[in-house]
Design a protein around this ligand. Sequence first.
Ligand code: ADP
Ligand code: MG
Length: 699
Amino acid sequence: MASRILDTAVQYLPGVGPRKGAALERVGVRTVDDLLHYYPRRYLDRSTITAIRDLRPDGEAVTVVCTVRAAGLVPGRRMQRFEVIVEDASGSRMTCVWFKGVRWISKLFKPGDRVAFHGKPQQYGRRFSFAHPDFDKLDAEGAALDTGRIIALYPGTSGLEKAGLNSRTFRRLIYGVFKEHGLEIPEILPEWMRERFGLIDGRVALRAIHFPRSQGELSQARQRLKFEELFFIQLLLALTKQTRQEVAGPAFGPPGEYVRRFLDEVLPFRLTGAQQRTFEDVVQDTARGIQMNRLVQGDVGSGKTVVAIAAMLLALDNGYQSAFMAPTEILAEQHYANLRKYLDPLGVEVRLLLGGQSKTLRAEILSDLAEGRAHIAVGTHAVIQDGVQFHRLGMAIVDEQHRFGVMQRAHLFSKGENPHMLLMTATPIPRSLAMTVYGDLDVSIMDELPAGRKPIKTVLRSEKRRGEVYQFLREQLREGRQAYVVYPLVEESEKLDLKDAESGYETLKETFRPYTVDLIHGRMLPYEKDEAMARFKDGQTDILVSTTVIEVGVDVPNATVMLIEHAERFGLSQLHQLRGRVGRGGNQSYCILMADYKRSAEAEQRLNAMVATTDGFKISEMDLQLRGAGDFFGTRQSGLPDLKIADITQDVDVLQQARAAAFELIARDPHLRAEEHAEIRRLFERDYARRSLGYARVG
Ligand code: ADP
Ligand code: MG
């Protein structure tokens, strides 16, 4: 019964034809359905228009509606530019200027045209100007505006004007669809859901998003369409979770001797409350005979490794092997050393798998794992997933999981093996994002640091005070502490950065004689890195100069100073991770951010945030605000569809409602068989089901 009009190609709409059809296709509009969901990028109404005489050069983007008075090419020193002089109803004038695409832009404007320009005004003398503004030519709408209407402007049209694609085209096409076929557009969400969450009718919402009659109606429409968009993502996650709950996994009994001896005899400290709770979560999950999929979200230094070890010993108590995977070889080495320290006394056999190992050594390790002589394999993901056979794999730990997207998670193990999965991340992510990126997992939060830790003191210093900073460093070294000095890594020019770190290393060696200074960077061979790391860990090195290779996971409790050079070049999360390398023992630790005075406003905010707080959750909230969701945890990278209207950083309330709705739906109708859920099922199968790698099954 679903409407076929939605599946019709836009090419067949009156007035489209092949040329416009191709242009529409370039902005992703193939069917009528795509067209209706091609949302306006902005609206024009009297309340959102600024008069030219009220312009301010304050960096805020504004819209002016005006008439072109003059337009022409202006010769310049190196190239010509195109300028239009415009005047608005207030009688004031301004200039719009283009330096690029001059040739085609210059054909678009002539005196008398009414145009809406959108941009950030700059002031030259008394005249304001927009450089490369966004624009929409207005015809009849100009008059409509005067009568108080709200006019939708569409994205992506500026390069396609030539093909006759502008905001007016969109409005005309969409209006036509509503006029001829409005009644055929189906409602997607069932009545119970609309009622529960106060949503307006879907058809009304779609119409209002394109032709709003008032700001109130527009905001209701946006609410409804955001809900719908987030709802389908949450449904994907809910179904993935539901399907996973049908995947069998080994049924573990309660912790036995290995766990007991580890906690009571070997571990030199008691578990924190958060560690205990998280381990109990693991014990419960693994007892059900269903595969565990748990994420441990804990700030740097909260002691996730201990929980991981306990989980692996739980597996061993039940006769199963474990795999412990880290993102880098340095980290794998460190985990291996740690495990040997704790587990050798218990007679547990641990093996380290690395890329550069000799054939004979590797063959030996592989056969130990395949025949069950070894209990735990530690290595990088690549190495462990690449053809390692286990005798009886029961537990897989993924450290620093945030480095992997949702999709990669699904690929971890080949078919047939369903070990319990414990994923650990040191990047606390804001709740809104966690619900989207990890919405299919069970989550344990470790929000407690081991007792006795002193908060790290963070300061911001400029070049002028380097002498003072070095003096302080010297005092710390004299007290027997160690320090990291980190240089940024800009990916395009690894060589150059290396030079930075290398020359820093030479200088520091001179300056800090007779203290020992060592260098570690990404271009060293794995064993060289390991040796450098081991020397630092053993206390043979006082200052470790490094590029960002030490970023994740490294744990040397005697190191108390983290000096970050060119701190303005690092992202906020990265700075937080780096800072987390100190403050891991009982001594007061320090993070010193060396930064140039010349820095962007955004860099300034990052540096200030670092000085203001050590709370990883707050840091991640700020990081999200500064970078925006796409960049922070690219939904694309995470394998989820792009969002067209909702913004997970802003729309947390809608997200929560959409999540509740999705989970309620599958509780009511697990296989979406009810007639009132038919549209949801159809759209889900069309757009989402294949994203799930077979995890989310509807029926
Ligand atoms: P992260 O959560 O960042 O991976 P680690 O597991 O590396 O943290 O632990 C950080 C440090 O804290 C390690 O030196 C570890 O031995 C220590 N540690 C872990 N748990 C406790 C605890 N309950 N009490 C005291 N120290 C602990
Ligand atoms: Mg760790």
